[in-house]
Design a protein around this ligand. Structure first.
Ligand code: NAP
Length: 241
């Protein structure tokens, strides 16, 4: 069976992406770090709708945790392969740089950037051997324009966009595409403490986006229809720049 691995698939954008990719007939590997009940609910909904899903907890920022989880999965699935990887797990630790703690800097960079590296290199070999793969990295508007109070997050997401462009060129000959998606304000746990009423006035479309809207874009990039798009960063932000 062909699987899609979605890091941070237990909540928010990741959960919506899991459900949407399941509709494309892929088995779904729902990764999460700690929220097992939320991840279980996502998998149960997919299975309830006739799809196939399983949980694979690991911390994307820990090389040991990623490698141990992959060894277990590969042992249990000798005939299956991961054809779609969505590097979605991410965190925010906002602070003005002058007040930013070392821990806040590293936690954000490690989750987004180290996470991309540890997970992608594990998945890539199978994609290159089989000459097909879709890698979609969830970046952010913050990584394109930089947002005050988010030097750590903006740096991590900008670096993820750079890695997307580099890797796309490395693997294109094997029909593996690598793209980034850069959302603006999307409703989720990550944005629930923001002042939506005032921030939505900045958005030309006049509202925050829905996780399902991001999932639809990711589903297109994961499909065969996107075969001539690679190394690209696609914004989904209601017109906000
Ligand atoms: P969210 O609701 O806070 O969910 C974050 C997800 O990431 C959860 O599933 C969480 O797992 C998982 N996660 C966090 N750290 C992890 C780690 N070290 N290892 C494995 N999983 C980890 O966030 P979201 O809004 O859906 O954001 C998803 C992605 O979109 C992030 O990369 C974020 O930067 C990006 N993004 C979001 C927005 C927005 O407006 N929401 C805008 C631009 C970009 P647990 O449930 O186990 O904690």
């Amino acid at each position: 069976m062909n699987y899609a691995l979605v890091t941070g698939g237990s909540r928010g954008l990741g959960a919506a992406i899991c459900k949407r990719l399941a509709q494309q007939g892929l088995g779904i590997i729902v990764n999460y770090r700690s929220n097992e009940s939320a991840a279980k609910a996502v998998a149960e909904e997919i299975i309830g709708n006739g799809g196939c899903a399983e949980l694979l907890p690991f911390d994307v920022s820990s090389e040991e945790s990623v490698d141990a989880a992959f060894e277990k999965w590969e042992e249990q699935h000798p005939d299956d392969r991961i054809t779609v990887l969505v590097n979605n797990a991410g965190i925010r630790e906002d602070n003005l740089l002058i007040f930013m703690q070392t821990d806040q800097w590293h936690k954000v960079i490690n989750t987004t950037l180290d996470g991309f590296f540890y997970v992608t290199r594990r998945v890539l070999k199978g994609m290159l051997t089989k000459r097909f793969g879709r890698i979609i990295n969830i970046a952010s508007l913050s990584g394109l324009k930089g947002l005050p109070g988010q030097a750590n997050y903006s740096a991590a997401k900008a670096a993820l966009i750079g890695a997307t462009k580099a890797l796309a060129q490395e693997v294109a000959a094997r029909k593996v595409t690598v793209n980034a998606v850069a959302p603006g304000f999307i409703k989720s746990d990550m944005t629930k403490d923001l002042d939506e009423d005032s921030l939505k006035k900045l958005v030309p479309l006049g509202r925050f986006g829905e996780a399902d809207e991001v999932a639809a874009l990711v589903a297109f990039l994961a499909s065969k229809d996107s075969s001539y798009i690679t190394g690209e960063t696609i914004s989904i932000n209601g017109g906000l720049y």
